[in-house]
Design a protein around this ligand. Structure first.
Ligand code: EPS
Length: 385
């Protein structure tokens, strides 16, 4: 079984990702992990922290001569900013006695975290609640992407909306579409929309405000039958939704036509089934977004994620001083103005991890060659239906 965990505070010494259950023999190129880490750092609207960090992974275990050993893969990403926080974040020195953070930010983990854990300074909460943690998830996701690639499965994302500006309808089947996503500062394929989005981000910046938006995630070549209808916790859409909604600031996850389906008659809401000899079973629409009954159905998996505007505002909202109980402006803590493009790369990682888990679960095997044989046998069986 593939499992992963992350550790690390935003301004601590390093982030850690540990991935277990990666089959032996899988080739893992450290450059492909670093590439995704760099993709996650980009984006018009990112804050000053990204000028400090240059995320690169240090692999500590689980890989030898580029090949997975089947043992836990432990990875480190150092926080270059730690040198500026060495006292405040030291695990070994006594508290230097800095002023505690006392004016919680609405929309952040500050207040509920402080209450739940019985703390006096909500830095103890924000350090782990910070989206800095997503760098570790991206490293774990890159390992899982390498596994999926062996089976021709890819996971990609693009920005489809920032604030009120959405992209026009475009074909996601063209290479030029994805090339323009990767070359865009907002990971947005529509250059006219991108310009308007940037203007809106500039406006938010000038007002000390922030912006959210939407991300589309697309997974190709996912074999039929990942996940299961048989138990609630095996359903692929449920598992993907949990993985995606747990990304900092995500508020909604939709599959295929998603919330639009509520408006339609059943006759217009599903994907009719056709058959011909060369294609086998196929659909002419993909309103379900590639998942039916909690299982992949062989079509593209298409997911829309909605991100709220980041709750750290320079022009901060009303709050209460925890000590005096007087009304006060929330702490204005350095942050991004818009992190939607970065969140797209994180969403790819979340989807890749869940698909890799479901793939290994279905096809078994702790050795990549065994899994390949099992996938090929399965595909032959499916063809003969
Ligand atoms: C974040 C606040 C900012 C962001 C951070 C997430 O960090 P800082 O307080 O150091 O300026 O830059 O995101 C990252 C560091 C990152 O790598 O994505 C927050 O409060 O969530």
């Amino acid at each position: 079984m593939i499992k992963f965990t992350t550790a690390g505070e935003s301004h601590g010494e390093a982030l850690v990702a540990i991935v277990e259950g990666i089959p032996t023999g899988l080739i893992i190129d450290v450059n492909s992990i670093d590439l995704d880490l760099a993709r996650r750092q980009k984006g018009y609207g990112r804050g000053k922290r990204m000028n400090i960090e240059t995320d690169k992974v240090k692999i500590l275990s689980g890989i030898r001569h580029l090949r997975a050993l089947g043992s836990p893969i432990a990875m480190l990403i150092f926080n270059r900013d730690f040198k500026n926080w060495a006292d405040i974040m030291s695990p070994v020195l006594e508290d230097p006695g800095n002023d505690p953070l006392l004016r919680p930010r609405p929309g952040h983990a500050d207040l509920p975290g402080l209450m739940k854990y019985g703390l006096k300074d909500f830095r103890d909460i924000l350090e782990r609640a910070s989206a800095r943690e997503t760098a570790a998830r991206v490293a774990a996701g890159a390992v899982c992407k390498a596994l999926l690639k062996e089976f021709g499965v890819s996971v990609m994302s693009y920005t489809s909306q920032i604030g009120s500006i959405s992209v026009k309808n475009m074909s996601i089947d063209e290479k030029i579409f994805w090339d323009s996503v990767e070359s865009s500062e907002l990971r947005c394929p529509d250059s006219e929309a991108e310009k308007k989005m940037k203007d809106l981000i500039d406006e938010a910046y000038s007002k000390g405000d922030t912006l959210g938006g939407k991300i589309m995630v697309v997974a190709r070549n996912v074999p039929v039958g990942l996940g299961s209808h048989s138990r609630y916790n095996l359903k692929l859409d449920g598992r993907l939704a949990q993985a995606l909604i747990s990304i900092q600031a995500m508020k909604a996850v939709e599959f295929g036509e998603g919330v639009k389906l509520a408006e339609l008659f059943g006759s217009k809401a599903h994907d009719e089934i056709f058959y011909n000899k060369s294609k086998g079973f196929y659909r002419e629409t993909n309103r379900a977004g590639g998942i039916e009954g909690g299982m992949s159905n062989g079509e593209l998996i298409i997911i829309t994620c909605t991100m709220k505007p980041i709750p750290s505002l320079v022009n901060s909202l009303a709050s209460v001083n925890l000590k005096t109980k007087q009304l006060a402006k929330a702490e204005a803590i350095r942050s991004d103005i818009c992190a939607v493009p970065a969140a797209g790369v994180v969403a790819e990682a979340a989807v890749a991890i869940e698909l890799a888990k479901a793939l290994v679960e279905k096809f078994g095997g702790d050795c990549i060659e065994d899994i390949k044989k099992s996938v090929n046998n399965y595909k032959e069986r499916i063809k003969s239906i």
